[in-house]
Design a protein around this ligand. Structure first.
Ligand SMILES: Nc1ncnc2c1ncn2[C@@H]1O[C@H](COP(=O)(O)OP(=O)(O)OP(=O)(O)O)[C@@H](O)[C@H]1O
Length: 223
Protein backbone atom coordinates (compact mmCIF):
# COMPACT_ATOMS: atom_id res chain seq x y z
CA UNK A 1 0.00 0.00 0.00
CA UNK A 2 1.22 3.47 -0.92
CA UNK A 3 -0.09 6.28 1.26
CA UNK A 4 0.46 9.89 0.23
CA UNK A 5 -0.75 12.49 2.74
CA UNK A 6 -0.97 16.25 2.22
CA UNK A 7 2.04 16.32 -0.06
CA UNK A 8 3.21 19.74 -1.20
CA UNK A 9 6.14 20.90 -3.25
CA UNK A 10 7.25 24.46 -3.68
CA UNK A 11 10.07 25.56 -6.00
CA UNK A 12 11.10 29.06 -4.95
CA UNK A 13 7.80 30.93 -4.81
CA UNK A 14 6.06 28.51 -7.13
CA UNK A 15 3.64 26.01 -5.59
CA UNK A 16 3.75 22.89 -7.76
CA UNK A 17 1.92 20.29 -5.64
CA UNK A 18 -0.65 21.55 -3.20
CA UNK A 19 -1.57 19.18 -0.38
CA UNK A 20 -1.98 16.07 -2.52
CA UNK A 21 -3.50 13.04 -0.80
CA UNK A 22 -4.12 9.63 -2.33
CA UNK A 23 -3.51 5.94 -1.81
CA UNK A 24 -2.64 3.08 -4.12
CA UNK A 25 -3.24 -0.58 -3.44
CA UNK A 26 -1.37 -3.61 -4.77
CA UNK A 27 -2.70 -4.48 -8.21
CA UNK A 28 -3.69 -0.92 -9.07
CA UNK A 29 -2.55 1.06 -12.07
CA UNK A 30 -3.00 4.76 -11.54
CA UNK A 31 -2.75 7.27 -14.35
CA UNK A 32 -1.45 10.80 -13.81
CA UNK A 33 -2.43 13.43 -16.32
CA UNK A 34 -2.14 17.19 -16.49
CA UNK A 35 -0.79 19.94 -18.69
CA UNK A 36 2.94 20.48 -19.28
CA UNK A 37 4.49 21.79 -16.09
CA UNK A 38 1.57 20.68 -13.88
CA UNK A 39 3.87 18.63 -11.65
CA UNK A 40 3.54 15.01 -12.78
CA UNK A 41 7.30 14.36 -13.00
CA UNK A 42 7.81 16.24 -9.74
CA UNK A 43 5.33 13.90 -8.08
CA UNK A 44 7.02 10.79 -9.47
CA UNK A 45 10.47 12.04 -8.48
CA UNK A 46 9.25 12.52 -4.91
CA UNK A 47 7.65 9.07 -4.90
CA UNK A 48 10.93 7.67 -6.25
CA UNK A 49 12.74 9.28 -3.24
CA UNK A 50 14.82 11.42 -5.63
CA UNK A 51 13.30 14.71 -4.56
CA UNK A 52 12.10 15.93 -1.16
CA UNK A 53 8.58 17.19 -0.64
CA UNK A 54 8.26 20.62 0.99
CA UNK A 55 5.70 19.16 3.38
CA UNK A 56 3.51 16.10 3.78
CA UNK A 57 4.26 12.43 4.28
CA UNK A 58 4.51 9.24 2.24
CA UNK A 59 4.65 5.63 3.31
CA UNK A 60 5.07 2.44 1.34
CA UNK A 61 3.87 -0.73 3.04
CA UNK A 62 3.82 1.25 6.30
CA UNK A 63 7.46 2.32 5.97
CA UNK A 64 7.77 6.09 6.20
CA UNK A 65 9.78 7.71 3.43
CA UNK A 66 11.75 9.97 5.75
CA UNK A 67 13.03 7.00 7.79
CA UNK A 68 14.81 4.52 5.56
CA UNK A 69 15.21 5.58 1.95
CA UNK A 70 17.80 2.91 1.18
CA UNK A 71 15.41 0.09 2.09
CA UNK A 72 12.50 1.74 0.35
CA UNK A 73 14.41 2.10 -2.90
CA UNK A 74 14.57 -1.68 -3.17
CA UNK A 75 10.81 -1.68 -3.53
CA UNK A 76 10.63 1.11 -6.11
CA UNK A 77 11.25 1.08 -9.86
CA UNK A 78 11.44 4.37 -11.73
CA UNK A 79 11.52 5.12 -15.42
CA UNK A 80 12.31 8.80 -15.84
CA UNK A 81 11.52 10.76 -18.98
CA UNK A 82 15.21 11.01 -19.79
CA UNK A 83 16.80 7.85 -21.06
CA UNK A 84 19.76 6.77 -18.93
CA UNK A 85 21.79 4.07 -20.65
CA UNK A 86 25.38 3.24 -21.55
CA UNK A 87 25.39 4.08 -25.24
CA UNK A 88 28.61 2.22 -26.12
CA UNK A 89 27.50 -0.99 -24.38
CA UNK A 90 25.23 -3.62 -25.88
CA UNK A 91 21.73 -4.31 -24.57
CA UNK A 92 23.11 -7.37 -22.77
CA UNK A 93 25.96 -5.38 -21.19
CA UNK A 94 23.54 -2.70 -20.00
CA UNK A 95 21.24 -5.30 -18.47
CA UNK A 96 24.15 -7.06 -16.75
CA UNK A 97 25.56 -3.73 -15.50
CA UNK A 98 22.27 -2.65 -13.96
CA UNK A 99 21.67 -6.13 -12.54
CA UNK A 100 24.94 -5.75 -10.60
CA UNK A 101 23.65 -2.46 -9.16
CA UNK A 102 20.28 -3.97 -8.28
CA UNK A 103 19.45 -5.98 -5.21
CA UNK A 104 18.45 -9.15 -7.05
CA UNK A 105 20.59 -11.75 -8.71
CA UNK A 106 19.33 -12.50 -12.19
CA UNK A 107 20.74 -14.94 -14.73
CA UNK A 108 21.47 -13.75 -18.27
CA UNK A 109 18.50 -15.84 -19.40
CA UNK A 110 16.18 -14.00 -17.01
CA UNK A 111 17.58 -10.63 -18.09
CA UNK A 112 17.10 -11.54 -21.73
CA UNK A 113 13.54 -12.64 -21.04
CA UNK A 114 12.81 -9.23 -19.47
CA UNK A 115 13.95 -7.60 -22.72
CA UNK A 116 11.77 -10.01 -24.70
CA UNK A 117 8.83 -9.10 -22.44
CA UNK A 118 9.42 -5.49 -23.52
CA UNK A 119 9.55 -6.65 -27.17
CA UNK A 120 13.24 -5.82 -27.45
CA UNK A 121 15.19 -8.43 -29.39
CA UNK A 122 18.51 -6.59 -29.90
CA UNK A 123 20.45 -8.40 -27.19
CA UNK A 124 23.92 -8.14 -28.74
CA UNK A 125 23.58 -4.73 -30.34
CA UNK A 126 25.13 -1.51 -29.05
CA UNK A 127 22.63 0.86 -27.49
CA UNK A 128 23.85 3.72 -29.71
CA UNK A 129 22.51 1.80 -32.72
CA UNK A 130 18.99 1.42 -31.26
CA UNK A 131 16.04 3.64 -32.12
CA UNK A 132 14.56 5.97 -29.48
CA UNK A 133 11.64 3.61 -28.88
CA UNK A 134 13.97 0.63 -28.45
CA UNK A 135 15.99 2.56 -25.86
CA UNK A 136 12.76 3.24 -23.95
CA UNK A 137 12.00 -0.47 -23.98
CA UNK A 138 15.45 -1.15 -22.54
CA UNK A 139 14.92 1.52 -19.87
CA UNK A 140 11.68 -0.20 -18.91
CA UNK A 141 13.32 -3.64 -18.78
CA UNK A 142 16.08 -2.23 -16.50
CA UNK A 143 13.51 -0.76 -14.12
CA UNK A 144 12.02 -4.23 -13.62
CA UNK A 145 15.25 -6.11 -12.82
CA UNK A 146 14.90 -5.78 -9.04
CA UNK A 147 11.17 -6.71 -9.12
CA UNK A 148 9.88 -3.48 -7.56
CA UNK A 149 6.54 -3.40 -5.75
CA UNK A 150 5.91 0.18 -6.85
CA UNK A 151 6.63 1.05 -10.46
CA UNK A 152 6.75 4.72 -11.42
CA UNK A 153 6.64 5.36 -15.14
CA UNK A 154 7.09 8.86 -16.51
CA UNK A 155 5.86 8.85 -20.10
CA UNK A 156 7.49 5.46 -20.66
CA UNK A 157 6.07 4.75 -24.11
CA UNK A 158 6.95 7.98 -25.93
CA UNK A 159 8.31 6.93 -29.33
CA UNK A 160 7.37 3.28 -28.91
CA UNK A 161 5.40 1.86 -31.84
CA UNK A 162 1.71 1.13 -31.42
CA UNK A 163 2.00 -2.67 -31.47
CA UNK A 164 4.76 -2.72 -28.85
CA UNK A 165 2.82 -0.21 -26.72
CA UNK A 166 -0.16 -2.54 -26.65
CA UNK A 167 2.02 -5.50 -25.77
CA UNK A 168 3.90 -3.60 -23.07
CA UNK A 169 0.55 -2.35 -21.75
CA UNK A 170 -0.68 -5.94 -21.47
CA UNK A 171 2.55 -6.92 -19.72
CA UNK A 172 2.21 -4.08 -17.18
CA UNK A 173 -1.44 -4.99 -16.65
CA UNK A 174 -0.41 -8.56 -15.92
CA UNK A 175 2.31 -7.35 -13.52
CA UNK A 176 -0.31 -5.40 -11.59
CA UNK A 177 -3.13 -7.92 -11.65
CA UNK A 178 -1.21 -11.18 -11.21
CA UNK A 179 1.80 -10.01 -9.23
CA UNK A 180 0.24 -7.27 -7.10
CA UNK A 181 2.47 -4.46 -8.36
CA UNK A 182 1.36 -0.85 -7.96
CA UNK A 183 1.97 1.19 -11.07
CA UNK A 184 1.78 4.96 -11.41
CA UNK A 185 1.89 6.04 -14.99
CA UNK A 186 2.05 9.43 -16.68
CA UNK A 187 1.22 9.96 -20.31
CA UNK A 188 -0.24 12.58 -22.60
CA UNK A 189 -1.93 9.79 -24.56
CA UNK A 190 -5.43 9.67 -23.07
CA UNK A 191 -6.42 6.54 -25.03
CA UNK A 192 -3.44 4.66 -23.66
CA UNK A 193 -3.93 5.86 -20.11
CA UNK A 194 -7.65 5.17 -20.28
CA UNK A 195 -7.14 1.60 -21.48
CA UNK A 196 -4.49 0.83 -18.86
CA UNK A 197 -5.48 2.69 -15.72
CA UNK A 198 -8.56 2.11 -13.60
CA UNK A 199 -8.08 5.41 -11.77
CA UNK A 200 -6.83 8.59 -13.35
CA UNK A 201 -5.71 11.57 -11.30
CA UNK A 202 -5.28 15.00 -12.74
CA UNK A 203 -2.56 17.22 -11.30
CA UNK A 204 -3.52 20.89 -11.34
CA UNK A 205 -7.14 21.86 -11.15
CA UNK A 206 -7.60 22.37 -14.87
CA UNK A 207 -11.23 22.34 -16.09
CA UNK A 208 -10.07 21.09 -19.49
CA UNK A 209 -8.84 17.82 -17.96
CA UNK A 210 -11.94 17.62 -15.81
CA UNK A 211 -13.97 17.58 -19.02
CA UNK A 212 -11.63 15.17 -20.81
CA UNK A 213 -11.87 12.68 -17.97
CA UNK A 214 -15.65 12.95 -17.98
CA UNK A 215 -15.69 12.42 -21.75
CA UNK A 216 -13.74 9.20 -21.17
CA UNK A 217 -16.30 8.12 -18.59
CA UNK A 218 -13.82 8.44 -15.73
CA UNK A 219 -14.50 10.08 -12.42
CA UNK A 220 -12.43 13.27 -12.50
CA UNK A 221 -10.10 13.17 -9.49
CA UNK A 222 -8.20 16.44 -9.29
CA UNK A 223 -5.10 16.52 -7.10
N1 LIG B 1 14.47 21.64 -10.07
C1 LIG B 1 13.52 22.54 -10.33
N2 LIG B 1 13.64 23.80 -9.91
C2 LIG B 1 12.68 24.72 -10.14
N3 LIG B 1 11.52 24.45 -10.80
C3 LIG B 1 11.36 23.20 -11.25
C4 LIG B 1 12.34 22.18 -11.04
N4 LIG B 1 11.87 21.03 -11.58
C5 LIG B 1 10.67 21.31 -12.11
N5 LIG B 1 10.37 22.61 -11.92
C6 LIG B 1 9.12 23.28 -12.31
O1 LIG B 1 8.06 22.58 -11.72
C7 LIG B 1 6.93 22.56 -12.59
C8 LIG B 1 6.46 21.15 -12.76
O2 LIG B 1 7.40 20.43 -13.57
P1 LIG B 1 7.19 18.92 -13.94
O3 LIG B 1 8.35 18.49 -14.76
O4 LIG B 1 6.90 18.16 -12.70
O5 LIG B 1 5.85 18.98 -14.82
P2 LIG B 1 5.15 17.84 -15.69
O6 LIG B 1 3.71 17.85 -15.31
O7 LIG B 1 5.87 16.55 -15.55
O8 LIG B 1 5.33 18.42 -17.16
P3 LIG B 1 5.47 17.67 -18.58
O9 LIG B 1 4.10 17.19 -18.97
O10 LIG B 1 5.96 18.76 -19.48
O11 LIG B 1 6.47 16.55 -18.43
C9 LIG B 1 7.36 23.27 -13.86
O12 LIG B 1 6.90 24.60 -13.80
C10 LIG B 1 8.87 23.22 -13.80
O13 LIG B 1 9.42 24.32 -14.46
Amino acid sequence: MLNVQSLSKVYGKKQILNSVTFTAKPGEIIGLVGENGAGKSTMLQILATLSQPTSGSISLYNEAYHKNKKQLRKKIGFVAQDIALWEEFTVKENMVFFEKLSWKNKSKGELRQLCRDMKLEKWDEAVKTLSGGMKRKLNLAISLIHEPMLLLLDEPTVGIDLKSRKEIGSYLYELAKNHGKMIIYTSHDMDEINSLCERIYCIGNDPFYHQVLQDYGKEPIML
